[in-house]
Design a protein around this ligand. Structure first.
Ligand code: CP
Ligand code: NVA
Length: 329
């Protein structure tokens, strides 16, 4: 398997074998890290990390992974570079490609990261766009595989707003890798029909299925993984909170949902999560709407079934795999 020079923009661009390879490499790098075996195979290289939206996990994962591989990093925050204000993406791409061996980009439309990749002749890695979050997918798949020992035949249910980056990406990842995917939420939050059709083709090839349902009981029954994400994503206007809380509360992950899923089911969330009032936005929404949590209850989040911190750690190991492979393992 040779992924040298490839961009990592969405899992749609990767075959199941290539995804499998990245998961295996992530697992191998994880084991090496745990044993304290050095992996600085890219010594002397440098990567640029562009974040037009904020981040904890993705930024830290890229920085630690790059450091472990022997590379230097430059973090460009959402306000202090020229990007978008004085310099176009095409110009930025060519400037950075002259100094760095790879570029990570987190921002808004998928077309921006595609444009960056078009003009940069070094690998470009998507650290989240409105449409996709592919590095998160590798961490999620690895976490599922570690827990259940397999991916094929696993039923993963995504609860809530399934038409944004997480719902879209999970549908693609599951369909490619043979997991049965269910989007469970109000119809208007289902992923776009075009993407659903494309994923149904992947699912036919991998022997899995795509189900869209508004019925919680039906959707979650027999699930191995219950997955959710924030109801309002970065970059969305404040005005949508009220509507989202009203429309998505029936799809909150509660103990009852986990019990309906069955004894085996685990809980995953890309994080950050609103499971209590210990954040500024959480407190604000608590006061405005008289709620204690949003997409998941604190009870589920803090339970044994919740594997969210294993999942977060796996961001680093799998991002390391993406960089190692595309820079030439
Ligand atoms: N899951 C994830 O991408 O988290 P950050 O926004 O903290 O990077
Ligand atoms: N849907 C969320 C994912 C955060 C990792 C967002 O885009 O804000």
């Amino acid at each position: 398997m040779n992924l040298k020079g490839r961009d990592f923009l969405t899992l749609k661009d990767f075959s199941p074998e290539e995804i499998q390879y990245l998961l295996d490499l992530g697992a191998k790098l994880k084991e090496k890290k745990k044993k304290g075996i050095p992996m600085d195979i890219h010594r002397g290289k440098n990567v640029a990390l562009i974040f037009e939206k904020t981040s904890t996990r993705t930024r830290c994962a890229f920085e630690v992974a790059a450091h472990d591989l022997g590379m230097g990093t430059t973090y460009l925050d959402p306000v202090s570079s020229q990007i978008g204000k004085k310099e176009s993406i095409a110009d930025t791409a060519r400037v950075l490609a002259g100094m760095y061996e790879g570029i990570e980009y987190r921002g808004y439309g998928q077309e921006i990261v595609e444009e960056l990749a078009k003009y940069a002749d070094v690998p470009v890695w998507n650290g989240l766009t409105n449409e996709y979050h592919p590095t998160q997918m590798l961490a999620d798949l690895l976490t599922v595989r570690e827990h259940f020992g397999r991916l094929k035949g696993i039923k993963l249910v995504y609860m809530g707003d399934a038409r944004y980056n997480m719902g879209n990406s999970l549908m693609v990842a599951c369909a490619k890798m043979g997991l049965d995917f269910v989007a469970c939420g109000p119809k208007k939050y289902f992923p776009a029909e075009r993407l659903v059709n494309q994923c149904r083709e992947y699912a036919a090839a991998s022997g899995s299925s795509i189900t869209l349902t508004e019925n919680v009981e039906e959707g979650v029954k027999g699930a191995h993984v219950i997955y959710t994400d924030v109801w309002v994503s970065m970059g969305e206007p404040d005005e949508v909170w009220e509507e989202r809380i009203r429309e998505l509360t029936p799809y909150k992950v509660t103990k009852q949902v986990m019990d309906l899923a069955g004894e085996e089911a685990i809980f995953l969330h890309c994080l950050p999560a609103f499971h209590d009032l210990k954040t500024r936005i959480g407190r604000d929404m608590g006061e405005r709407f008289g709620i204690r949590d949003m997409e998941v209850t604190d009870e589920v989040f803090e339970s044994e079934r919740s594997k969210v911190f294993d999942e977060a750690e796996n961001r680093m190991h799998t991002i390391k795999a993406v960089m190692a492979a595309t820079l030439g393992e």
